[in-house]
Design a protein around this ligand. Structure first.
Ligand SMILES: [Zn+2]
Length: 317
């Protein structure tokens, strides 16, 4: 589980840096094909959590309120790489996930701050995607989470991010297809903006499987049906080449653009924490394998840095 800050620190009032003139996106994002154009792929940014941890601050969305300058600086470093999309630092900032860790953070404030920080870092050709992830509890009957409760939490977060003027949404690191479908349909209920749905795979073997046993093909089919605008894979316990195998399966199951955001390698346990040590060059080669397998949206997940994203764009751009 993610390590969260202490309650006392979370109660601190937000102190965002002074607002600059907002940069308006040009033109509005209607679909991902418009951004990909004639290129092999369009580019998303890399990890936020591991970058926050390196900066010594809370590695969650709470940093949007407590350490806004650090979040903004990380967004800017990714913007400088020349990505097409910046992701808001709001992955687990849905009401239920926040409440299970602390009552002190306002869902609206933390998501609006996340949208604002990414928007402020974005150059005028860069889009902002509101980032949403798992609630962190299993749906009934495997866990305590009711489907309508999950739907409400996802719809709430999506509508706040839309209010914060994101250009689209990305629902990622989902390890349960049912929860992912619930999130996509909840987001679709509140917005017509493009929505990416991205699954964390546990293995590339056996048709690609999530921890819950969903296959890559079933994920692509169900997320397409649920109203996603792009589907694919991120994070999980597959390396970039394993992710390419998953991409190939999803590519053949849906007409939608496929996204791949691998981690910087498989991750090894170092002093009780997962550590990712794949070099930028090897990561870029892995991202290229994902593109050859059919991904047209590529970025990085855990352990990736601006150096990894830059190497990827230099190789594929
Ligand atoms: Zn990850």
């Amino acid at each position: 589980m993610m390590v969260l800050g202490q309650v006392t620190r979370l109660a601190v009032q937000p102190h965002l840096p002074p607002t600059e003139t907002p940069v308006l996106p040009i033109p509005g994002l209607s679909d991902f094909g418009q951004v990909i154009g004639e290129r092999k792929a369009a580019f998303l940014d890399g990890a936020m959590g591991t970058q926050l941890a390196e900066a010594g601050v809370d590695m969650s969305g709470y940093a949007n309120l407590k350490d806004a300058d650090v979040v903004l600086a990380i967004h800017k470093r990714y913007a400088d790489c020349g990505v097409d999309f910046l992701l808001t630092n709001t992955l687990t900032m849905n009401r239920i996930s926040i409440q299970s860790h602390s009552q002190k953070v306002d869902v609206r404030a933390v998501n609006l701050a996340g949208a604002q920080l990414a928007r402020r870092a974005a150059n005028d050709h860069q889009y902002v995607l509101g980032d949403m992830g798992s609630i962190g509890k299993l749906l009934k009957p495997y866990g305590p989470l009711g489907e309508s409760e999950a739907h409400a939490a996802f719809a709430e977060q999506a509508s706040i991010l839309v209010e914060g003027q994101v250009d689209g949404l990305i629902i990622e690191t989902m390890f349960d297809l049912r929860e992912a479908v619930c999130a996509v349909s909840a987001a679709r209920d509140v917005t017509d903006l493009p929505i990416i749905a991205s699954i964390a795979f546990h293995t590339a073997a056996d048709g690609g499987r999530t921890l819950m046993g969903n296959t890559a093909r079933d994920c692509a089919l169900a997320l397409t049906k649920a109203g996603a605008s792009a589907v694919g894979a991120n994070c999980g316990t597959v390396d970039p080449l394993g992710m390419a195998a998953v991409v190939e399966i999803m590519r053949s199951a849906t007409p939608l653009p496929v996204i791949a955001q691998p981690n910087a390698g498989k991750g090894t346990h170092v002093e009780g924490r997962l550590s990712y040590d794949m070099s930028p060059a090897d990561f870029a080669a892995g991202a290229a394998a994902c593109v050859r397998a059919g991904a047209s949206l590529v970025g990085g997940c855990c352990g990736t840095s601006p150096a990894h994203i830059l190497a990827m764009i230099e190789l594929l751009g």
